[in-house]
Ligand binder design. Structure first.
Ligand code: IMP
Ligand code: MG
Length: 349
């Protein structure tokens, strides 16, 4: 076997929980030889602070920022011109990506027709990145793949040295090197095609299961980093009723937390953390390490509450009792040894 271990980063809410920051932090540890992105496409937006400078990536795995070879896996869909622009932007920002970016030949291509079709979406509130139509054509068995010798169609938009089309199997299994892999997910549990709030979901698999679909054998999965925020956000057309008491608080959290989509610029709708949903996501993903981001936002706003069931939220008078309650509830419901980290900084964990 040529994989030593694979650690996984997975989102336990509806995206935008700070996975990019976690990936950036872990990739810096020297514990990984490859970063593997396992789902989604340019609908994702990972905001990280690299050497103090804000960088947003959409398709390029965050490992590249630390000079780690990074693979866009077979479970992803690729917008080739957008990927080329992203790589060019990273190069302009002084980040050397040469020889670091690989795309599996099985990854499907988001075409201009997909983009046009998704551009008219009014039902789901998609990011309009062509994701749904691209995955539909994949499952309809009429899609185009990165290995289909169609890249010359994009000849003007990218140069062949920007990334290499590969077979992920050849990279990970054909010699006896014991590779250590960090698997970087996009979107989140509540947007998963099967586990999310259908039809208000994305079209890919956003759970740890997706990692195996990208070529990682299940027994090699070591740690699972489940990422969430101290509150929830959502972008899309699903209706979420908000009480008169909470509306102004959510507005404050939106402002203080700077909750705007990194891909679309849309305002993210805020809600209290839902511990039932997080528990479900934690169980199904087999989480070993929980990272709870943006704890500082609630500290600054000075309001603390969670849902444990349908109905009214439970409110807390200060940060300490809120955190104790969250820690206790999640520990009680954990099915594996669980480490919980509350993170307050956008620069690390
Ligand atoms: P799509 O993935 O663009 O098809 O959008 C489907 C739903 O997922 C919409 O509600 C989007 O706002 C949401 N979504 C997709 N990608 C992300 C993400 O990276 N963060 C947060 N929401 C996302
Ligand atoms: Mg995001």
């Amino acid at each position: 076997m040529a994989i030593k271990y694979a650690d996984v980063i997975v989102d336990l809410q509806a995206g935008d929980t700070g996975k990019g920051k976690v990936a950036h932090h872990l990739a810096r540890s020297g514990e990984y030889d490859y970063v593997l992105r396992y789902n989604g496409g340019s609908n994702a937006g990972h905001t990280v602070y690299h050497n103090g400078v804000k960088v947003v990536t959409h398709q390029v795995p965050v490992g590249v920022l630390h000079g780690i070879k990074s693979i866009i896996g077979p479970g992803c869909v690729v917008n080739v011109p957008a990927l080329a622009r992203e790589i060019q932007d990273l190069m302009f920002a002084g980040i050397n990506t040469t020889g670091l970016i690989f795309v599996d030949k099985r990854a499907h291509i988001v075409t201009s027709e997909h983009l046009e079709e998704d551009g008219t979406d009014t039902k789901i509130g998609t990011t309009r990145q062509g994701i749904g139509p691209a995955y539909r054509d994949k499952y309809g068995r009429v899609g185009k793949r990165m290995g289909d010798d169609v890249l010359s169609d994009f000849g003007k938009e990218f140069t062949s040295t920007m990334f290499t089309v590969v077979d992920v199997y050849d990279i990970l299994f054909t010699d006896n090197t014991q590779y250590r892999i960090l698997c970087e997910g996009a979107q989140g549990f509540n947007l998963d095609i099967d586990w999310g709030d259908y039809p208000y979901v994305t079209s890919s698999h956003c759970t740890v299961g997706s990692v195996c679909l990208n070529g990682i054998p299940p027994h090699k999965i070591r740690k699972v980093f489940g990422v969430l925020k101290a509150y929830e956000t959502y972008v899309g057309n699903k209706e979420i009723p908000v009480s008169e008491v909470d509306a102004p608080i959510f507005e404050r959290i939106q402002e203080v937390g700077n909750e705007f989509g990194a891909t679309t610029g849309r305002k993210r709708r805020v809600n209290w953390l839902n511990l039932n949903e997080v528990t479900r996501a934690m169980h199904i993903n087999g989480v070993t390490n929980l990272i709870i981001n943006k704890a500082d936002v609630l500290d600054e706003v000075g309001e603390f509450a969670v849902y444990v069931d349908e109905g009214n939220p439970i409110r807390f008078s200060n940060a300490q009792v809120f955190r104790q309650f969250v820690d206790g509830t999640l520990m009680d419901h954990s099915i594996r040894h669980l480490d919980i980290t509350w993170s307050k900084t956008p620069h690390g964990i």
